[in-house]
Design a protein around this ligand. Structure first.
Ligand code: ATP
Ligand code: MG
Length: 260
């Protein structure tokens, strides 16, 4: 199991003092990094920093004195639903996390091509609407800011680079955990976070044996975005399956007008 406190920031590739600084905030305007790789690191860290700070309420102290315990719950969220929220809220409670980030995939590489996807901007807006009333659950656009295919390992590295002292808990449903081996750079991923597999009560979902995981049991609601898109396409009610502000947004944005 990955330990907290390790340095997981991407290597800066240079010995220069400013190269060592992982937060672009402290870089003087005149400074030019030694290489393209360093520049990329700055850029990514700026995005992640911007994203994380943007998510923080001004009174939030979790970025301060203690190592923040941050849940990272990624998904396509097309649309987000009560199953996602029940999971995020209960894992935060069970593991005493400061916050759970619902990280919207920019390009969910495992789904691209298999069906029509709503735009990342629309999915992010829906997640923002879904979590607006939930304390400690936040929408993250870190993968949108980074652009391109969304690899969780990159997201974890970005978050660590911005806040090296944080402890990251990657929250996965059983279906997501089952496919872990096919993810980008799985060994590196495992070093950057604690992997939390969310099981329904009484069920232990299968996980590839190479991974050390922790399990949390939370109530499981039988709802999926696939079903909800189909319901929306036939104008079946979404009430109590999708948060009200998300229902309004679906109608406002004209999403899921036909079966996808
Ligand atoms: P789709 O049907 O389009 O695959 P989905 O409902 O499975 O959508 P995703 O965005 O694919 O939602 O999933 C994001 C994360 O939420 C994954 O880790 C997945 O395992 C988990 N998840 C999906 N549905 C539920 C649910 N009903 N309860 C708890 N977790 C869920
Ligand atoms: Mg899914």
């Amino acid at each position: 199991m990955a330990k907290s406190g390790r340095s997981a920031a991407p290597r800066s590739g240079g010995n220069n003092f400013f190269d060592e600084l992982q937060v672009v905030f402290f870089r003087p305007a005149w400074y030019r990094p030694a290489s393209r790789q360093v520049e990329d690191t700055y850029q990514i860290n700026f995005w992640a920093y911007d994203s994380l700070m943007h998510l923080s309420a001004p009174s939030d102290t979790s970025l301060g004195a203690h190592a923040a315990r941050i849940g990272v719950f990624g998904g396509t969220f097309d649309p987000p639903h009560i199953g996602h929220l029940v999971t995020a809220i209960n894992v935060r409670f069970e593991l005493n996390l400061d916050r759970v980030l619902m990280v919207v995939a920019n390009e969910p590489w495992q789904k691209v091509g298999s069906r029509r996807l709503s735009s990342a901007a629309d999915r992010f807006a829906m997640v923002q609407a879904a979590v607006s009333a939930e304390e400690g659950i936040e929408a993250s656009d870190v993968e949108l800011q980074r652009g391109g295919p969304s690899y969780t390992v990159d997201t974890l590295a970005n978050l660590h680079a911005v806040q090296p002292n944080c402890e990251l808990f990657l929250i996965l449903g059983g279906d997501a955990a089952a496919g872990l081996e096919s993810w980008e750079r799985p060994e590196e991923l495992a070093k950057l976070c604690r992997i939390i597999v969310v099981d329904r009560p009484g069920v232990v979902s299968e996980v590839p044996s190479d991974f050390s995981v922790e399990r949390v049991s939370v109530p499981r609601l039988e709802v999926s975005s696939t079903d909800l898109r189909a319901r929306a396409a036939t104008h079946a009610p979404l009430q109590h399956l999708v948060p009200e502000p998300v229902i309004s947004l679906i109608s406002q944005l004209g999403l899921y007008g036909d079966a996808q």
